[in-house]
Design a binder for this molecule. Structure first.
Ligand code: FAD
Length: 462
């Protein structure tokens, strides 16, 4: 069910007193005026109503909240920056929201180990800035960097703009502290890189979308900071040429950091939403934004690689940060620009690289066959085979388009969720990506770590 609305959310006064004792009365928010910002998701498609929002300041306080909820059979939704795009972080049925925003400590960078320990509520931007100040980099980056939290990115195993070179959040995660649904606190933050001592619990929690435990602290790997960056926007006449070019660039450029695709319709929308001048005097069908980064100037290397491509109709190159930001605006503006015309159905999918062009060319007609008033917007991290299919027009609760697109993805051996997770939005289709045996195994894990099923009950499983 797409947009579910909780009826009356009620918090027992006795439970409210216990929560207030645990975290301080000022950190228990009750009433629509105080909780509104936590009740609805970023897209506006998923709307809920929380019984209350609690804002713990320590892991011990999170453990106390879980203990209270277990004893009083109250369900809990963990929330970070509430930028998730699959309706996973909102209280659809009157759950208690546990907001990690106060747990935003960013520790000292350990320059020798190239690691940092941070609170789950620290924003991605704060962690990236801290790494930068120490001469290093945190490899995960995404458009919602100023609001998305480390806890949220761990819970969703966020991918982002630099996945191509550095992998996703799981690859950066060395250790976690978390309170499980059992009430147990686990903490493994020592930062040892070689540590084969049984199940790797950080990996299990990463991508679990708040269904197994609440992450409170994380130990993260930092990467080399590449101070020399060059961004190029390449224009193509058709999708096949653009996809072929990405394949060639990936094989020629080890220093490639991002490869993002968007189409002329999306570019026009972004330009009109933000009053931007288009990048080229004439329009082109497809655009690919490529960024390379190195410890020395990579301009000549990128130019030589682009020279080897066929089908490139125009190129804009940016070497300084202002020009680069201007080129990135065309790509990063997509999510916000699409939101200005309605709450979109967001289908974030991966295709095998050899099916990408076929998918991009065909999916708009599949959407139109289901709903001829719908508009399809396509953009994404093409270097990873990851396309964001956004559809505007269908009502929030009308899932016919979602069904058609996700089934098409599965028929091409793709994944129905590349990086946003399953959340509430895609739980009906989990079986398209996972076998019965896999889903049952996931349920076994859920039963073991959250025996009372109080953690994120609306997420992942149908
Ligand atoms: C403009 C824009 C661009 C984006 N670009 C990308 C992108 O490139 N790549 C990408 O992967 N995503 C992207 N996203 C999606 C979103 O930013 C990520 O999913 C991000 O990881 C969510 O972080 P958050 O703190 O906002 O989490 P929330 O939205 O608050 O929560 C997301 C999920 O994580 C759970 N959760 C949150 N905190 C915790 C915790 N401490 N412990 C346990 N569970 C928790 C929630 O219950 C929920 O299920 C984008 C979103 C926007 C709005």
């Amino acid at each position: 069910v797409a947009a579910e609305t909780a009826g009356v959310a009620h918090l027992d006064p006795a439970v409210r007193r216990l929560l207030a004792d645990a975290v301080g009365a000022q950190h228990v928010l009750v009433g629509e005026e105080s909780t509104a910002a936590y009740d609805n998701d970023w897209t506006g498609r998923f709307r809920g109503r929380s019984a209350a929002v609690v804002r713990p300041g320590t892991t011990a306080e999170v453990a106390a909240i879980i203990d209270i909820c277990r004893r009083h059979a109250m369900s809990v939704v963990a929330q970070g920056g509430n930028t998730g795009l699959v309706g996973g972080g909102v209280p659809l049925h009157g759950e208690l929201v546990v907001s990690l925003g106060r747990m935003a400590t960013v520790g000292e960078v350990d320059v020798v180990a190239r690691q940092i320990t941070v609170g789950a509520g620290a924003t991605l931007a704060a962690v990236r800035d801290a790494a930068d100040r120490a001469g290093l980099a945190y490899a995960i980056d995404l458009g919602a960097r100023d609001s998305a939290t480390i806890g949220g990115t761990i819970a969703t195993n966020a991918g982002g703009l630099n996945f191509l070179r550095h992998g996703g959040t799981r690859e950066q995660l060395i250790g976690v502290e978390a309170v499980l649904g059992t009430g147990r606190t686990i903490s493994h933050l020592g930062g040892l890189l070689k540590d084969n001592t049984g199940y790797h619990l950080p990996s299990l929690l990463c991508g679990s979308e708040g269904t197994l435990g609440i992450v409170t602290v994380a130990r993260l790997r930092l990467a080399t900071r590449h101070d020399h960056r060059v961004t190029a926007l390449l224009a193509f006449g058709d999708v096949a040429a653009a996809v072929a070019a990405i394949g060639r660039l990936r094989s020629m450029l080890e220093i490639i950091e991002a490869a993002e695709l968007f189409l002329d319709t999306g570019l026009n929308l972004v330009c009109s939403a933000f009053q931007l001048r288009p990048p080229f005097p004439t329009g082109h069908a497809v655009y690919v934004l490529v960024e390379v980064a190195d410890v020395q100037d990579p301009t000549a290397t990128l130019a030589a690689a682009v020279d080897h491509l066929t089908g490139v109709d125009d190129v804009a190159v940016a070497v300084d940060s202002v020009q680069r930001a201007a080129l990135w605006r065309y790509r990063e503006g997509h999510t916000t620009a699409i939101n200005t015309i309605g709450s979109p159905h967001k289908l974030d999918v991966t295709l095998p690289l050899d099916r990408l062009a076929e998918f991009i060319e065909t999916v708009p007609s599949i959407v139109a066959m289901v709903d001829d008033t719908a508009t399809t917007w396509l953009f994404g991290h093409i270097g990873d085979g990851n396309i964001h299919v956004n559809v505007t027009g269908p009502a929030d609760e009308d899932e016919r388009v979602d069904d058609a697109v996700l089934r098409y993805v599965a028929s091409l051996d793709g994944s129905i969720s590349a990086e946003h997770g399953i959340g509430s939005a895609k739980r009906s289709w989990l079986g398209l990506g996972r076998s019965e045996a896999e889903i049952e195994t996931m349920r076994d894990i859920k039963r073991a770590l959250d025996p009372d099923r109080i953690l994120n009950p609306n997420v992942l499983f149908g």
